[in-house]
Design a protein around this ligand. Sequence first.
Ligand SMILES: Cc1cc2nc3c(=O)[nH]c(=O)nc-3n(C[C@H](O)[C@H](O)[C@H](O)COP(=O)(O)OP(=O)(O)OC[C@H]3O[C@@H](n4cnc5c(N)ncnc54)[C@H](O)[C@@H]3O)c2cc1C
Length: 300
Amino acid sequence: MRPFSVTVPESVDEAVEALARWGSEARVIAGGTDLLVELKEDRRSPAVLVDISRLDGLREIRVEERAGARGEDEAESVGEGDVVWVGALATHAEVASSPLVRAAAPLLADACAHVGSPQIRGRGTIGGNMCTASPAGDVIPALFALEASVDVAGPRGVRSLGVESFFVGPKKSALAPDEIVLGVRFRALGPEHVSFFRKLGQRKSLTISVVSVAFAARRLGPDTFEDARVAFGAVAPTVVRARTVEKALGGKRLDAATARYISRLAFRDVMPITDIRGSQAYRQEMACNLLYEGLLGLLS
Ligand SMILES: Cc1cc2nc3c(=O)[nH]c(=O)nc-3n(C[C@H](O)[C@H](O)[C@H](O)COP(=O)(O)OP(=O)(O)OC[C@H]3O[C@@H](n4cnc5c(N)ncnc54)[C@H](O)[C@@H]3O)c2cc1C
């Protein structure tokens, strides 16, 4: 491993300045669960690590904007359409156990609860998961299904981009080398919404996803849904929305047979590769099956 120095900025501006000063020689470190593996294996060899872990402002999880007026007894609760902010340094453990996230976006809390082991969830951050930009990153499908946006700070100020445009390829994001991710925002789901996150790995826990799926929709009746948002992980160069599936679900009455039919439309939305974790054909089949199981769960 190449020797490196560590700088610990006290503010976002200082972090951005350090990145601008050191250019391609610098690398941000948050929880270090991805980056330290890369350093040990000499897949990256920065001269300077910009350790952002002391930027406590980036750890916050809060309601940023209320969608409507609340009674006094509801002032602390989150309601449908409220804008929720999750800071980039929030760890998977913090997001998974946050009452606010559990109420506003249970699929995101579930996705974080499925990451790695307790140790990894205690250190790994949602910003780090996004910036690694792996197509198998577990947080990312949930953010797609929530139609989240990402705030990024750089020398030119703060910009906000839709989560789909943040990911541009396998392990490639739209982040410039002198930018850091501040956090994500999304609209809270409401009592009429249903959602789920499911993941298939090579074993039950401490496993990278072979396929994952995140789903959110509004329930119109016991077996009817609208505004479905379906995102698959690990079956394309980036996480993908399954638009064919989403369209087919809109307003249709679901039973086991229609759920099966619609789940198999996912074949049209995914384009997996064969790698050490699974073949293309296996991933395609499993993507359809994961979705089918999830849809059945909503009907029972
Ligand atoms: C044993 C093990 C098991 C794992 N299991 C899973 C799993 O089940 N599911 C899963 O999705 N992942 C898993 N991971 C991967 C990893 O834990 C997650 O991706 C984690 O969220 C990374 O966050 P971090 O804070 O540790 O990132 P770091 O390692 O600190 O950083 C990762 C990358 O993001 C950049 N970065 C970090 N934060 C920012 C920021 N705010 N702005 C700009 N750049 C930033 C860094 O420069 C680096 O390139 C696992 C890792 C290990 C070692």
